[in-house]
Unconditional design. Structure first.
Length: 581
């Protein structure tokens, strides 16, 4: 049996064993108690989805004790392995994951298992923040200024969203708090963030510096996010920090907030063009109708939010009619699907036979650096991001990441693992920041329990593949640095694209090794589906507040941008209804 196959078997065994602990609900103490719902109940606001955006909204809207708020979450409490940062490779393909997969396009991702992209999305309180990889980045100022330009609304310019990026943060990193970057961060928010500085990163940062890249304490900036650093992480007090831990934890005692677990919204109730409530399926198989006196707010993520809207008759007319769904509003819901296309590159580094360090599950599992690079020296915003993970020799953790998180084939993962025999390795996750390619989400049927059809559209615009290849070639120059040469570093050959060289090799590699960054966005975009206050066009009292609202991708991991959208939306909503805040 291959090493990768054995690792997958071990992971499945561990996951099965952990289900015993799940029954104890060991993390429930952080959160509001599960709240029972009954048919025909009414609330001021109904929020669908207990991820980052839903948690922010539930906290902000329920801060006024006279406002009754219902938060619906399809999953339950996050498991213990979600709280422990070192165990994140165990979370995909469990009951805490919606386990979405892309439609195999027979073109990209063919070195992933089954030629499909495993589109992991969190199915628990905290949502995808409870199973993502904990990197916190605000995004480049250019991103938000582009939003403002696309939308012709300065509300979304960097200058105007920056206070909302800060509002969610509780920066606990002593070095940054005592630096020029402190003014760009919040210290009173509900999400704790800090760096994890490691000696193992020093040589790598020096190598990146030798190539002419800036080494910065923080990539948060009022002008440009370019540079390499040890990133801020959602890790503090020995646990993963999520919107649910922070925002819902702070609202634990509020009697006007009902958090209903294992409750799935299957349809938005719309009467005469006004959203009046939600149809909900609970874990016991019962269906209830719940009513909103003020608004229904959909925060189910860039896959489930468009799915719910389309099931409710809001979407492309031709598609909905083909499934027998009555059309309420003909809007391009599900279109404009965006993600950061990625490819993993592994470098074999120095000989290393030191005793393997004991893993501390309360820490991020390995040393990490990130970099943001523009190929044009005059450009102030990045073309690509790299996430660099340093693994020791004989690294089974590398196998877990390769086989169970990225889902590369056993053949690819075995070759990566072979490179760790007696050597350290650098595991590089390369991804494109603002791709032009767009995919689409469609309903498979009118049955709400069916998975949607997800067409990622990766590299459907040839410019993306060209830029991806040029970026990979650009990063690969690291082999020419003093440190990499001193340890006889080499690119690990996974046996693809043989006989090709230079850009042709990297274009082939990018295509064959293409994967996801799990940064889905854009499927209910402002400008096309939503107005600039996140209201669904043509339907009153209905908003979508999550990554699906983004008109364009942000440069980096998207959780902070999602939190910002929700913080911004909470003010929109409170102002609309003249509620004090």
């Amino acid at each position: 049996m291959s090493a990768a196959a054995a690792t997958l078997g071990t992971i499945q065994t561990v996951q099965t064993a952990l289900t015993v602990l799940h029954t104890l609900a060991l993390t429930a103490w952080h959160f509001p108690s599960d709240c029972p719902i009954s048919n025909d109940s009414s609330y001021d606001f109904i929020i669908i989805g207990g991820g980052t955006a839903g948690s922010v909204l539930a906290n902000r809207l329920s801060a006024n004790e006279n406002i009754k708020v219902l938060l619906l979450e399809t999953g339950g409490y996050a498991p213990l392995e979600s709280e422990l940062p070192g165990l994140f490779p165990l979370l995909p393909n469990t009951v805490y994951d919606f386990n979405f997969t892309s439609v195999n396009d027979k073109y990209t991702a063919q070195n992933l298992q089954n030629g499909q992209i495993e589109l992991t999305q969190g199915k628990m309180l905290g949502g995808s923040a409870a199973n993502h990889h904990m990197i916190h980045v605000q995004g480049d100022p250019h991103d938000y200024d582009q939003w403002a330009k696309i939308l012709d609304d300065d509300t979304w310019s960097y200058k105007n969203v920056q206070p909302y990026l800060k509002r969610q943060e509780n920066l606990t990193d002593p070095g940054l708090l005592d630096s020029k970057y402190s003014q760009l961060h919040g210290t009173n928010g509900f999400l704790k963030v800090a760096r994890d500085e490691q000696l193992a990163n020093i040589n790598y940062l020096e190598a990146f510096k030798e190539l002419g890249h800036k080494i910065v304490e923080d990539v948060s900036s009022e002008t440009s996010s370019l540079g390499f650093n040890e990133p801020l992480l959602y890790v503090a007090d020995g646990i993963r920090q999520t919107g649910a831990v922070g925002y819902l934890g702070a609202a634990q005692a509020r009697k006007n907030l009902c958090v209903a677990l294992f409750s799935t919204a299957t349809k938005i109730l719309i009467k005469d063009g006004v959203a009046v409530g939600v149809q909900v399926l609970t874990s016991d198989g019962k269906t209830s109708k719940l009513y909103a006196k003020k608004e229904v707010i959909v925060s189910a993520g860039a896959i489930n939010s468009p799915k719910l809207l389309m099931l409710s008759g809001i979407g492309p007319k031709t598609h909905l009619e083909s499934l027998g769904i009555k059309v309420v509003a003909d809007l391009p819901v599900g279109q404009n699907f965006m993600d950061h296309p990625s490819a993993v590159v592994v470098y074999q580094m120095e000989a290393n036979t030191d005793p393997l360090p004991a893993a501390n599950p309360h820490d991020f599992p390995v040393p990490i650096t990130t970099g943001y690079v523009a190929l044009d020296s005059k450009q102030l915003y990045p073309d690509y991001q790299v996430i660099n993970l340093v693994f020791p020799h004989d690294a089974t953790a590398l196998l877990q990441l390769c086989a169970n998180v990225f889902k590369y084939t056993n053949e690819v993962c075995d070759k990566f693992f072979a490179a760790t025999s007696g050597r350290s390795t650098l595991f590089v996750v390369y991804n494109l920041m603002t791709p032009k390619s767009r995919g689409e989400i469609k309903l498979a049927s009118a049955n709400p329990t069916d998975q949607p059809l997800i067409y990622t559209g990766t590299f459907t615009n040839k410019d993306d593949l060209d830029l991806m290849a040029r970026g990979l070639e650009n990063f690969n120059r690291v082999l020419n640095t003093t440190y990499f040469k001193s340890v006889d570093a080499s690119l690990v050959d996974v046996g693809i694209c043989s006989g090709l060289s230079d850009l042709k090799f990297w274009e082939c590699y990018a295509l064959e090794m293409s994967a996801t960054m799990w940064h889905y966005a854009g499927t209910c975009s402002m400008g096309s589906v939503l107005d600039t206050q996140l209201r669904v066009k043509g339907v009153e009292n209905l908003r979508v507040v999550d990554s699906s609202a983004m008109p364009m991708q942000v440069s980096g991991n998207i959780n902070a941008a999602v939190g910002m959208i929700a913080e911004r939306a909470s003010d929109f909503i409170l102002d609309t209804w003249n509620i004090s805040h």
